[in-house]
Design a protein around this ligand. Structure first.
Ligand code: CO
Length: 297
């Protein structure tokens, strides 16, 4: 009796499963099983400086070259930049606007690549936005986010190599090179000190300072003075040579790095080039994009 009951039970389970599978297939024919459509979303801080746009154009070219046939969309994470450009008639999407548009375009899986420098505020906000989109009903199945330029230690080492491989041509070994990082109150600020460590393993006369974090310009000046440096090349350690590079770094105002270092007696040579203009740096971002793109099933 018990055996017969069990057989009936198994039969019932079998019939139920068959019915459910048929229903799933039926639902699939009506849009539940959409064909895969993979895409890439590039997210940069953005820039309102037209001359700095070359860095973003380079990113666009390199991503499309590395992922032929994959649709690429763009977003700017800075609201200030988006609004400034909108006032000039240029519309740019935020990451959430771009992800919503991609869901509407029937993308099933999206690899989002952060073209920020450190895993700071912008990157962590992007992670939360992407994860929220991956969970929406009728939305996208997978949304993954690639590390910014600096992620694991190997990235910091690769970035230090890229700095050394792309030094100003006229720079002599006794000249200092000072990188201007953005800096942040976010815990990710520690990456700048980390980068300094790996740079000093390669070249004692390359320094990292930040506008809003640590190391500060005062920290850098103390090092320059201790090493009796005379000539200083300053260049941004930011994706684009935008407002910070042109004003805070190389601008004529008395509080620019150019002015402060000049007043301290150094011969200062500014280099207006964003890291995203340099292929060795872009290659690191592309590695991160490749790594997450390959996780899309
Ligand atoms: Co800023």
């Amino acid at each position: 009796m018990t055996i017969r009951f069990t057989r009936h039970l198994w039969l019932f389970v079998f019939v139920l499963c068959t019915a459910l599978c048929a229903q799933t297939a039926f639902a699939g024919a009506h849009g539940g099983g959409r064909p895969d459509k993979k895409g890439i979303l590039i997210v940069a801080f953005g820039t309102s400086v037209p001359e700095a746009k070359v860095a973003l154009d380079n990113i666009d070219r390199k991503v499309k070259g590395a992922f032929p046939g994959v649709p690429v969309r763009w977003a700017y994470s800075s609201k200030i930049i988006r609004h400034k450009l909108a006032a000039e008639g240029e519309r740019n999407l935020s990451p959430t606007q771009a992800l919503a548009a991609m869901a509407d375009e029937d993308f099933t899986q999206v690899a989002v690549q952060s073209f920020h420098t450190i895993p700071g505020e912008e990157y962590h906000a992007l992670m939360r936005q992407a994860h929220a989109f991956a969970g929406l009903p009728k939305g996208m199945r997978q949304v993954v986010v690639g590390y910014p330029l600096l992620g694991v230690t190997a990235d910091v080492e690769a970035a230090a190599d890229a700095v050394v491989a792309n030094l100003p041509k006229e720079r002599k070994a006794s000249d200092a090179v000072v990188l201007m990082g953005h800096g942040t109150p976010h815990p990710g600020d520690i990456y700048y000190a980390g980068l300094q460590y790996h740079l000093w393993k390669r070249d004692k006369n390359i320094f990292v300072g930040t506008v809003e974090g640590t190391p500060t310009l005062d920290d850098v000046i103390a090092e320059l003075t201790a090493r009796k440096i005379k000539t200083v090349y300053v260049e941004p350690f930011m994706a684009v040579a935008g407002d910070h590079a042109r004003n805070d770094m190389a601008g004529p105002e008395p509080d620019s790095w150019m002015s402060i270092l000049t007043a301290k007696g150094f011969a200062v040579k500014p280099v207006l080039r964003g890291t995203a203009e340099v292929d060795d740096f872009v290659a690191i971002w592309l590695d991160h994009l490749r790594a997450v793109f390959d996780t899309l099933d």
